[in-house]
Design a protein around this ligand. Structure first.
Ligand code: SF4
Length: 423
């Protein structure tokens, strides 16, 4: 391993913890979740005993990880992590802190869903150590929320975003994010304009705006197969995306990644770790980790996760998790992930780091640029100093075209080029 390689693969300083429980599964969701019904917070309910059993698994998995330096970011996602009690959350953070420690000023984010917590619980979560909240709003329209299969309603979202913003304004939270989904079934540009203006009125300093993605196995997928999912056509979808970018940039947000907008100083440090190719720990059912660059996904079912965990405890850790490993994200993945960011990628630096010599860099990257010619001509990508980046808004909106061309190029390369060679 080169010196450079060792530095790049130093121990992670970020951790993701997956809490899989939700009241019920939303109609578009294919995440690793366990629906436990509306009584999930009642201590005597069987949903709550599942939560306690799972937290025990999570504590055990954290204790198995190799010791590493203090964490700079922690992200507790799901699922609906705000279904945990503040005590359960505090205990989880304590286990993590004992294992790694937290850096001063570490960013500690909790995903929260409206209607899954009270104002007092929110304050207790913050007292337990949370300093950034990501609120899963998705829509302000009751009819839309119902059609998405969401549990919360408009009033819950307005109320919870007000509580969160109050804590932010009083200095108890460093930042917060609101999630919205655009290009929903039957959505018009006018509908979306109302959604976006409501989002702005919450004063959230960070907005994540995702396109609806219809995934196999979801209820929406079955509706689509029957021709019963009326998604906005390409023209409306493009107008919606362009409008989003325009309105948010006019309002002072910077689009720092395809789906993420932030006021200055409010970008998510944890998300940047994923997009920059740095490593992170991951813990829990279905969680993906990449401590040394190589991704490892845990089983997506609770039983599968339990069996896997017991195997780790009795047979020693999965090699890719246990020791500094000489592997990393594939070059094409690294370029794709890097292109999602506004600053784009330095292709030569990534290729050299992958192990290509000067002549390989020259030949293969020239081929990539030629595969991308249409995208350059159409104004989807542009040179940006020594880097290449997606244009905004056009390239960010039509990024799939650029990514597909990237994959075609990668698959056309000789086999020795796609094997990492500097280790
Ligand atoms: S609340 Fe989020 S994680 Fe849970 S089912 Fe709905 S979309 Fe999926």
């Amino acid at each position: 391993m080169t010196m450079n390689g060792i530095q790049k693969r130093s121990f992670p300083r970020s951790a993701y913890l997956h809490i899989p429980f939700c009241y019920r599964r939303c109609f578009y969701c294919d995440f690793a979740v366990i629906p436990i019904g509306q009584k999930a917070k009642v201590l005597s309910d069987k949903g709550q005993s599942s939560v306690m059993e799972y937290l025990n698994f999570l504590h055990r998995e954290i204790s198995l990880a190799p010791k590493g330096p203090p964490l700079a970011t922690v992200y507790i996602g799901g699922g609906t992590p705000s279904l945990l009690s503040p005590c359960q959350l505090e205990e989880l953070l304590t286990v993590l802190r004992k294992k790694f420690g937290f850096q001063d000023g570490a960013e500690i984010t909790l995903e929260m869903d409206p209607a899954s917590f009270t104002k007092d619980q929110l304050t207790s979560f913050v007292n337990a150590g949370i300093n950034r909240v990501s609120l899963g709003g998705q829509s302000f329209d009751d009819l839309v929320l119902e059609k998405l299969g969401r549990t919360h309603r408009r009033k819950d979202l307005l109320e919870s975003s007000r509580w969160v913003n109050q804590l932010y304004l009083s200095g108890n939270l460093k930042s917060w994010n609101l999630d919205l989904i655009q290009n929903l079934p039957n959505q018009s540009l006018e509908d979306w304009q109302i959604e976006l203006s409501e989002a702005l009125s919450t004063s959230a300093p960070h907005l994540s705006i995702y396109d609806l993605s219809v995934e196999p196995g979801t209820y929406f997928f079955s509706l689509q197969k029957k021709g019963e999912l009326n998604l906005p056509n390409e023209d409306i979808a493009a107008e919606i995306m362009e409008f989003t970018n325009q309105i948010l940039c006019d309002a002072g947000f910077a689009r720092y990644e395809i789906s993420n907008y932030a006021y200055p100083g409010h970008t998510s440090r944890h998300n940047r770790v994923y997009w920059s190719g740095q490593g992170w720990w991951g813990f829990g059912q279905g969680a993906t980790s990449a401590p040394w660059g190589e991704r490892f996904a845990r089983p997506r079912t609770l039983d599968g996760y339990r069996v896997w965990l017991e195997g780790q405890e009795s047979g020693g850790l999965e090699p890719s998790l246990s020791a500094l490993k000489a592997s990393r994200m594939q070059l094409d993945d690294e370029v794709m992930v890097g292109l999602r960011r506004r600053e784009g990628v330095d292709l030569v630096a990534i290729a050299r780091d992958w192990g290509w010599n000067n002549s390989q860099c020259e030949v293969y990257l020239a081929e990539l640029i030629s595969v991308w010619k249409d995208s350059f001509d159409a104004g989807l990508i542009e040179d940006f100093g020594k880097r290449i980046r997606l244009t905004n808004p056009l390239g960010m909106s039509l990024s799939n075209q650029v990514f597909i061309q990237l994959l075609i190029w990668w698959e056309s390369l000789p086999s020795d080029a796609v094997v990492e060679s500097n280790f």
